[in-house]
Design a protein around this ligand. Structure first.
Ligand code: IVH
Length: 717
């Protein structure tokens, strides 16, 4: 059985969330999985910097799906299984609505998965034999290219699948993207193509070499470089980045009548690719194959897995597509992926190296994590010299020893992990890894709670716990203090300028009449004496801290670092309280009455608030100006004008931004949906609304209104 807690290479936030909170009833688990998946969607789609691999993502996704299948009435509206919901930031970015969503692909990892896929397709189509087109899965950044009247009129990133960023200016600088292909010669006047922007391996290597020479930061890998380059505001650097595009799909051809005119050319994916190639596009040519059976597909995938390293582009698998476009349309798609295609993912890249030492790091919750130091080894474009070993059981299970060789794996761009030990090549110098019985930071005895696999330091004054606690308090998920990142916190603690969380607010006191002004001044003087600190940077930091004094209470709750209480739980608690002190007085029964709060979370909350030192910490925060009660400034008032109603905004909005629209809906008790379905009450359509408007007008229960009518509904017109 795949153990969710012991997943190698899970990033720290995910493993902490799963380890700390993955307890209790199904709804709690579902809420946690939704949060974890959103976090990874965000990293993948918005930051182009994933922290887990596809297999791990799939596992989390499938776990959530299984729980949802068991509890269909409890499915959360923002669950990623329902749709792709991440919203694209529109700071300065022109957002493009994809008329036809850009979906993901379902993944497969072995021959059995492919047999199953083939069986599913044959059952759906009631056919014995399916013709598949198989081609590499390029590991780059996906784009949609819109052509009208033989001109490239718009290029967009995939974004969240529904909305992407307009990157036309940069796409026009990519030589393999024709700007004036002769679609009209085929009777096409509007067509959208989809493909992947990549950088050839050799070009990428040279790019980094040049950057090194110029003392510029080198890029981590070609995928992130492609994605980052595409989104640059200015196009002047695009050319030197060496971007190329491979087209892998015709997104849509707008005019149905015109679609007819394509005649024979528009019945096969393979033929589409040939046609595009003839028009000057780069498509998989030598790399693709028509296969008459799933056995042939499997053989072709294996063949490519063997020659993957020799190929001059990064690929992470193969894509298998039903070739006949009509059959593709017959089997259709889920909200997440087309049913007519599947990705076959190659196995992770592997390297062998020696484990030379183990360090033990103490985290915020006191959990002691062993980290292996490795003889540096190159793996998939990066040098690896340390990896997390998670816990004592992992070390035992994998039979790890100091001086023993290990196989390190890394798939895509994710955190490397030890897959196995190479026990066949021991030379007698191997030494057992001894888990410390005392905290490596403060020396206090460690304990291992019965039901857990981690050893913990429970000394709340342990410098490691304090350090991680302050870092967590200031972090994005908690109080989100601008300018107070990890390195600065560590420096201030090391220099003894601050000793504990409330000192953050003490140092920011600038009011000469405050009884704490003198103390604050002393701290500020000490900061100014540090290398690199000037009046201006100090003032910025003080402002950053000041700005967080009235954060919503849930942020403060998260910041306190109560075990099992993450963002989701904190938001639930926030809704029930008037003051943080309310939590101090509630019994286990009262706490568990709150939706989704089980006995374990309740006990943890009670344990936290029964400690005098924790209450003292909250008092101090209050003393230094942090809001610990609800009031105007930190309460989101929710009205009920739109209660029970659902909304979707489409087209160009002129009266308010999308973010504002979302805020208005939520403020008035309504719910925002991400797609048109029978669940939708109102479609608010701006100018040039496209496919969503069309779809909505086919569903009689949906009311289509304009922006003014929406504002009227909430009394703001
Ligand atoms: S077909 C889902 N073909 O893989 C719609 N996708 O995980 C059909 N990709 O976002 C996609 N090479 O950017 C297809 N030969 C290929 C591909 C490919 C890379 C990317 C694509 C998509 C992702 C899905």
């Amino acid at each position: 059985m795949f153990d969710i807690f012991n997943q190698p290479s899970l990033d720290q936030k995910t493993s902490e969330l799963l380890r700390e909170e993955f307890v209790g009833d199904d709804i709690t688990k579902m809420a946690i999985l939704v949060e974890v998946l959103h976090y990874h969607d965000h990293l993948y789609y918005k930051n182009a910097a994933p922290k887990i691999n596809d297999q791990q993502y799939d596992f989390l996704f499938k776990t959530l799906k299984a729980l949802e299948a068991k509890n269909p009435l409890l499915i959360l509206p923002d669950s990623p299984t329902q749709n792709i919901t991440l919203s694209v930031d529109d700071n300065d970015v022109k957002v493009v609505q994809h008329s036809v969503p850009m979906l993901s692909l379902e993944n497969s990892y072995n021959a059995d998965d492919l047999y199953e896929f083939d069986k599913r397709i044959r059952n759906l189509l009631k056919m014995d034999n399916i013709l598949y087109c198989v081609e590499p899965k390029f590991d780059g950044s996906s784009i949609a290219l819109l052509y009208q009247n033989d001109s490239l009129v718009r290029a967009a990133t995939r974004g969240n699948g529904t909305e992407g960023e307009d990157i036309t200016h940069n796409a026009k600088m990519i030589r393999s993207i024709p700007q004036n292909p002769a679609f009209s010669s085929l009777g096409i006047d509007t067509i959208e193509l989809r493909g992947e922007v990549v950088i050839e391996n050799e070009v990428f290597r040279k790019l980094n070499e040049t950057r090194k020479e110029k003392n510029l930061k080198t890029f981590q890998n070609s995928r992130n470089t492609a994605s980052g380059s595409l989104r640059m505001k200015e196009s002047n650097e695009i050319e030197e980045r060496g971007l190329e595009a491979f087209i892998y799909q015709v997104g849509y051809v707008v005019d149905a009548a015109k679609k007819e005119m394509l005649g024979n050319n528009f019945v096969s994916h393979f033929e589409n690719m040939q046609m595009l190639h003839r028009l000057g596009f780069q498509t998989p040519q030598k790399e693709k194959k028509l296969c008459n059976s799933i056995e042939e597909v499997i053989q072709f995938c294996n063949e490519w897995e063997g020659k993957r390293d020799a190929y001059n582009y990064e690929i992470d698998g193969m894509v298998i597509k039903v070739d006949d476009i009509n059959l593709q349309q017959k089997v259709g798609a889920t909200g997440h992926h087309p049913r007519w295609a599947i990705a076959y993912k190659f196995k992770a890249k592997k390297a062998r190296t020696k484990l030379i030492d183990v360090e033990f790091q103490v985290g915020r919750t006191g959990a002691v994590t062993p980290v292996a130091k490795l003889e540096p080894v190159a793996l998939a474009g990066v040098t690896i010299s340390s990896v997390s070993l998670h816990n004592e059981d992992f070390i035992k299970e994998k039979m790890l020893k100091i001086n023993r060789y290990v196989f390190v794996e890394r798939s895509g761009d994710v955190i490397p992990y030890i897959a196995a030990a190479d026990t066949d090549n021991d030379d007698g110098t191997e030494i057992d890894i001894v888990f410390p019985s005392n905290c490596p930071t403060c020396g206090e005895a460690l304990i291992r709670p019965e039901e857990e696999s981690v050893w913990r330091c429970i000394n709340l004054e342990c410098p490691s716990l304090v350090e991680e606690g302050v870092i967590h308090f200031a972090s994005k998920d908690a109080m989100d203090i601008d300018g107070l990142g990890r390195d600065i916190v560590i420096r201030f603690l090391n220099e003894k300028i601050i000793k504990q969380i409330p000192d953050i607010y003490l140092l920011a006191i600038n009011d000469t009449t405050s009884p704490y002004f003198e103390e604050a001044k002393t701290m500020q003087t000490a900061i100014l004496a540090l290398d690199g600190w000037k009046e201006k940077s100090l003032n910025n930091l003080i402002k950053g801290i000041e700005d967080t004094k009235n954060r919503p209470l849930w942020r403060l709750i998260v910041g306190l670092g109560i075990r099992h209480v993450g963002v989701i739980m904190a938001k639930k608690l926030d809704k029930q309280i008037q003051s943080i002190y309310d939590l101090k007085d509630w019994s286990i029964e009262q706490l568990t009455e709150i939706e989704d709060i089980g006995p374990r979370v309740a006990q943890s909350i009670q344990a936290f608030f029964s400690k005098e030192s924790n209450l003292h910490l909250i008092h101090q925060l209050e003393k230094y100006g942090v809001s610990v009660h609800h009031h105007e400034g930190n309460t989101a008032k929710v009205g009920n004008l739109l209660a029970g109603k659902t909304f979707l905004f489409t087209g160009t909005l002129t009266k308010f931004t999308r973010d504002k629209a979302k805020e208005l809906v939520e403020k008035n008790g309504g719910t925002l949906l991400s797609g048109v379905s029978a669940k939708l009450s109102y479609l608010v359509a701006g100018a040039e609304a496209g496919s969503k408007l069309k779809k909505a007008s086919e569903i009689s229960s949906i009311q289509v209104i304009d922006e003014d009518a929406f504002l009227e509904m909430i009394g703001e017109n």
